[in-house]
Design a protein around this ligand. Structure first.
Ligand code: NAD
Ligand code: UDP
Length: 322
């Protein structure tokens, strides 16, 4: 009778998204730094639903609790308000290291903090990985290629970055973060994975990040004229990215891998200083070695993102007088 009651209770009080059951041997303890951000919260959803034990560490600089609130209270989930610039002592098997502001207005807001997060923060997470024997995946960026002089960019290209320009705190911060990963790999035997991520869009992205997809959608929803452009950029949808990150983490590829969409292009308006004029990624490595390819059509991704933006605008309108 008690058992029936418990089953009924868990059935009716189920307030979480469905979670797979994983046996002890397949279940991993996973840390996601920056897990309350745009990409991190989608990664949290995937790994939670796959049945793993998650610790999300975030200082809520650009992320927010709302992105992961649907997991709060779940026995496999823990959210820690912590800045990765400070040491962190926990026990985990894998670390997805995403903590870093990602869009130009965010990372240029406090360049010194951006540098600290990407350098000291990454050092701390590598120190943690070394101590507990965890594998670490760094969310790096296509910005390590800077304003490229070769097209398309494959992973062997060393990049063309202005070390003292306004974007240097991010670009050089990520370049040092990559350097640190390989120093820890060579010197300390830490297992590392490096994903060079290209522009991504989807729900929970920042509406005012000033980038092309969010600008277009906001302009369209608010009935403003759409700005048209000179340059090409490639965007891909967050669910494709998250699948790519998990595949890479669990692969045996320790060298950097470009993760991006190959087909959809969006024209881009940009006059910001040091903005790369042209970028065309080469994703043959991810295709060949991970068997990974983006599958979400641009139109479907855009539709989902537009729906999210409409809901957010409505939410903001309803809450502005509270
Ligand atoms: P985001 O800003 O939404 O998420 C970053 C998260 O990190 C936020 O939740 C923020 O609060 C947290 N954070 C920042 N500094 C921190 C610190 N010192 N300590 C703890 N937490 C901290 O950005 P995103 O788009 O989800 O990007 C995630 C990662 O992917 C970043 O490392 C970014 O550089 C990389 N990336 C993203 C894109 C993209 O198009 N979104 C492209 C290339 C690389
Ligand atoms: N560190 C951490 N968590 C750990 C282990 C280390 O945050 O579980 C930090 C530690 O504070 C140090 C950094 O990671 O600043 C690098 O650690 P490492 O062991 O490589 O260097 P050391 O402590 O020997 O200087």
């Amino acid at each position: 009778f008690v058992f029936t009651l418990m089953v009924l209770k868990s059935h009716f009080s189920q307030k979480y998204p469905p979670v797979k059951f994983l046996s002890e041997k397949d279940r991993k303890r996973i840390l996601i730094t920056g897990g309350a951000g745009f990409v991190g919260s989608h990664l949290t959803d995937k790994l939670m639903m796959d049945g793993h034990e998650l610790t999300v560490v975030d200082n809520f600089f650009t992320g927010r609790k709302r992105n992961v609130e649907h997991w709060i209270g779940h026995e496999n989930f823990e959210l820690i308000n912590h800045d990765v610039v400070e040491p962190l002592y926990i026990e985990v098997d894998q670390i997805y290291h995403l903590a870093s502001p990602a869009s130009p207005p965010n990372y240029m807001y406090n360049p010194i903090k951006t540098l600290k997060t990407n350098t000291i923060g990454t050092l701390n997470m590598l120190g943690l990985a070394k101590r507990v024997g965890a594998r670490l995946l760094l969310a790096s960026t296509s910005e390590v290629y800077g304003d490229p002089e070769v097209h398309p960019q494959n992973e062997d290209y060393w990049g063309h970055v202005n070390p003292i320009g306004p974007r240097a705190c991010y670009d050089e911060g990520k370049r040092v973060a990559e350097t640190m990963c390989y120093a820890y790999m060579k010197q300390e035997g830490v297992e590392v994975r490096v994903a060079r991520i290209f522009n991504t869009f989807g729900s929970r992205m920042h509406m005012n990040d000033g980038r092309v997809v969010s600008n277009f959608i906001l302009q369209a929803l608010q009935g403003e004229p759409l700005t048209v452009s000179l340059f090409f950029f490639f965007f891909f949808f967050c669910s494709d990215l998250v699948n790519g990150l998990v595949l890479l983490m669990n692969s045996n590829i320790s060298s950097p891998v470009n993760l991006v969409m190959s087909r959809s292009q969006i024209q881009f308006l940009s006059e910001a200083q040091d903005d790369p004029q042209r970028r065309r990624p080469d994703i043959r490595k991810a295709k060949m070695m991970l068997g990974w390819e983006p599958v979400v059509p641009l139109e479907e991704g855009l539709n989902k993102t537009i729906q999210y933006f409409s809901r957010e605008l409505e939410h903001q309108a309803n809450n502005q007088y509270i």
